[in-house]
Write a protein of this length. Sequence first.
Length: 262
Amino acid sequence: MPLEDKPKPATVKRIKPAGVPPSGSQKWRLGPLAVEAAAAANGDDEGIPGGREGLHIQHFYSAHHFAETAHAMETRDPDEISPEERWWHRAYVSGAVFSAAAFLEASINELYREFQEVDESGQPRLPARANAVLQRVWPEVTGSAVLHKYQVALSIADADPYNEIKAPFLDADSLIRLRDALLSRTEEWEDAKGKPRSLEKRLRAKFPPNPFVSTDIPWFPDRCLGAGCARWAVRVAQAFSDDFCRRMGIPARARVGREGAA
C-alpha cells in the first residue's frame, strides 16, 4: 500500500463471545490500522506502512526477520561459524525477543489511541458507554504492565478476559519476562503466592537450545538464546495478538506474508 494512501475507516462486526451481555453498538468503527492489518492478512499488501501508525507492524516484521536469519545461520555447520558470526547470531535472537515483546506493547498502545479518535463522520469509534469508560481508565492504564492493558481492553469491550495461568496469556507473560531478563539478567522471580519461579522451568521444553554453545554451561542466557527461542517468541506474539483480536472482534494486527507468521 503506498504511503500516501489514506484508506477510509472499516466497519467491522463485533464478535460477541458466548455468555457476554451486549453493550451498546453491534459494530466497532476502526481506522487505517485495522484496514492495513486486514489487507496484510489477505496478502493484499506486504509492505510496512510509514509513520507512527505502523510501529507495531514494524516491530513484528523485525522479530520475524531476526528469527529467520538466526535459523538460517543454524542450518550451517557449527565449525564454519566464526566467533564474530556467533555474536551476530546472538544479536538476531535477542533482537527477535525484544521486537516480539515490542510488538505486543506497541500494538495495544496504538489500539487504545485509535479507539480514542473519531472516524471521518466525527463519531467515536467505540460505543458511547465503552468510550466513556476508556476515557476514564486510560490515564490510569497508560503506565501499567503491557498484558494488564490487554485485560482492561477486554473488560471495556465486555469480552472474555484471559485466564492468566493458561496459554496464550501465560506464554505472552513468559515472553515479556524473557525480555525483562535480558535487560536485568534476572530469570527468577516469586509468584503471587510467594513461590519461586524461573524462566528455565517455564521455557526449557518450549524450544531447542542454542546449538552453538556447550551443554555444560547454564541454560540462561547462552543455551536459551538460539533460533528456537527466537521463533518461539514470534509465534507467541502472533498467537496472543490473534487471540486478543478474536475476542475483541477486530482484524488481526499484523501478519508476515500470505501464510501468516513464522
